[in-house]
Design a protein around this ligand. Structure first.
Ligand SMILES: [Zn+2]
Ligand SMILES: [Zn+2]
Length: 91
């Protein structure tokens, strides 16, 4: 396999592309994690859009497929989140 190494897409400790296929999480229907009824606003399904690294305590960011609210999961808790650097571009 001589797959060309894909550039990681990340901003401020949050990664927006899938390490398996290189698609942005928001476009990656195969690998993006879903949380049924996870949206803090409308209880819609959340879909993974960003994966935090150690600098942000490995938090994960999700967008609701129903109302497009942004949510964050950290230490097992899902809360509403404000957009961070890169979110308008990549999520
Ligand atoms: Zn993928
Ligand atoms: Zn929602």
């Amino acid at each position: 396999m001589s797959n060309e190494k894909k550039k990681r897409i990340w901003r401020s400790g949050v990664r927006f592309d899938c390490p398996d296929c290189g698609l942005l999480w928001r476009d990656d229907i195969e690998h993006a994690e879903l949380i049924a009824q996870g949206c803090p606003e409308c209880h819609g399904t959340l879909s993974l859009v960003g994966m935090g690294e150690s600098i942000v305590e490995f938090a994960k960011w999700y967008r609701c497929v129903n109302c497009e609210a942004l949510a964050m999961k950290r230490r097992g808790e899902i809360v509403s989140a404000k957009p961070r650097t890169g979110f308008s571009e990549f999520t």
